[in-house]
Design a protein around this ligand. Sequence first.
Ligand code: MN
Length: 242
Amino acid sequence: MTLNRRHFLVLLGATTSTAALGMFPRASVAQTNSEQQPYSMIALPYAYKALEPYIDAETMQFHYSKHYAAYTRNLNAAIAPYAEFSKLSAEELLKNLNRLPQAIRTTVRNKGGGYVNHTMFWQIMTPPSPGGGKPQGEIAEAIVKTFGSFEAFKEAFNQAGDKQFGSGWAWLVLDKKGKLKITSTPNQDTPLIEGLYPIMGNDVWEHAYYLKYRNNRGEYLKQWWNLVNWTEVNRRFLAAKS
Ligand code: MN
């Protein structure tokens, strides 16, 4: 018996509506080698060198073609023996972590988290001008309303990234009450696990900045704002609210 996606969600006991599922369109741009794998790398929307001088080409090349590729490959490998689960998007898997077979929970949390976090990360960045600058759209108003000013928001976000001990992420999330919040997570944990919607996140693993910034995470956090794709961040904000 094959289960379609809706039946499967019922099986999981998920209350998620199909409209909400639309918030997480499956990555449609397949990379080479992905064949029939359920989870595909998205194509990098710009060249490796396009984020210079803020993120160097070598960092981007390793980050995308080694780290991201490994998260994607390992997620697919973990799910392979459980064909019925591959009908779910990676976001759905992470939101339902405790309903997955125990044998793959940790792997999905780590590798699936790495997969969704990086899939977002590539898209919320864009080459400097049009990247960077001030927020645009409704997210701009929401940031000022919640944090007082864009400057205050950036400072709090950078602090979350700086204080995250070891590897992890700094996040702007929308909580269940529809309120913006700044958080951080260790490792590849996604806010989705806690029912929070990740609007934007910055990768503070050393692999994201060490070649150029060495041990100076604070400087990386500061310069990273030159690359933020506010159009995409605003799109994610609107999707989270709807
Ligand atoms: Mn990374």
